[in-house]
Write a protein that binds this ligand. Sequence first.
Ligand SMILES: NC(=O)c1ccc[n+]([C@@H]2O[C@H](COP(=O)([O-])OP(=O)(O)OC[C@H]3O[C@@H](n4cnc5c(N)ncnc54)[C@H](OP(=O)(O)O)[C@@H]3O)[C@@H](O)[C@H]2O)c1
Length: 346
Amino acid sequence: MKAYEVGEFGETGRLRLVDRPVPTPKAGEALVKIRATGLNARDLSIMKRDLPTIVIPPTHIPLSDMAGEVVAVGDGVTGVNAGDRVTMTHYWRWLDGNWHESMREEDYAMSLDGFLVEQAVVPAAALIKLPDSISYEEASTLQSAGLTAWNAVVENGRVKPSDTVVTIGTGGVSVFAMQWAKMKGARAIVTSSSDDKLARMRELGADGGVNYAKNRAWSEGVMELTDGRGADIVVNNVGISELDQCIEASASGGRIMHVGANPVAPDRKAAIPEAPKRMGLIIMRDLTIKGIIVGSRKMFVRLIEEMAAHRIKPIIDRVYDFDQVNEAIEYMAGGEKLGKVVIRVQ
Ligand SMILES: NC(=O)c1ccc[n+]([C@@H]2O[C@H](COP(=O)([O-])OP(=O)(O)OC[C@H]3O[C@@H](n4cnc5c(N)ncnc54)[C@H](OP(=O)(O)O)[C@@H]3O)[C@@H](O)[C@H]2O)c1
């Protein structure tokens, strides 16, 4: 079977196509034919080896999102059968309940090989069956970006129809955050460096937009759009560099969902400039700042059920074929996309 390995991506900007033997499922495992896989910001960091704490060997297979079809199961597997259409989360050991940091030890596309491959063996207990109304390509956008946004807005954010949700940027997590907020009847405001992308987001359902490149104090725009009240939920998809603005943009009782681990300043080149200045407002406004780590299998089940019931479709910017993987990565890294980039595997 074919697979892409990271190789010397940092120097060449290209993945290498290799042949690998088809794996055999052992007890408790399932062999899945990968149908589609999606690209995330974290995948680019892994390929470029931008993550200082983890060593990525050249033989590593990237991409943490997948949707596929079960081909065979090992002994003792009862939950899924050959022919089932499935997906799973990349932190597969987080099935339900609270997150524990030790669950990071088995992380697809990070500590384990990922899914840019024609077939993969995975723990059967991790798999979630897909409803027919969600295609493989659509499902391949959900595990990281969709579930993280779901956790931030619905599970931890406890969004309600009277809420205003602000979500930063027009990337994978942000577009889903806008969709989940609208699905729950809330008001959604987005930020972007591009007026064209803001217009597109309004077409997709956003109620308002603020260009953060034109005004670094983008919280002023949020305050104008909310008649000075501020946002109930702010999904910080960038990181510490935006925390001051997230605090400024918050209403009393607001919840700031800390999603982005981007270690760069707004110009995307320099290191983080300084600590946030608005920490006093966290107390004065009685804010909650909540770290968000993707989501559990149980949360993912709830996401898929509600998504199918409400007929929400992921916003897929482009779909590439398996032999166009390097073009897909180049497009993703270029920053032009809005929403998700997907690779159709087979
Ligand atoms: N906590 C978790 O479990 C978790 C899970 C998934 C992702 N993440 C993190 O969340 C972040 C977003 O992931 P993603 O997959 O959505 O990324 P993405 O699809 O690459 O989108 C990033 C978007 O953020 C916007 N942006 C970039 N720099 C910005 C800045 N300085 N200020 C404001 N907006 C900026 C840009 O929007 P415009 O082009 O519109 O300007 C860009 O399109 C990443 O840091 C990722 O590592 C965390």
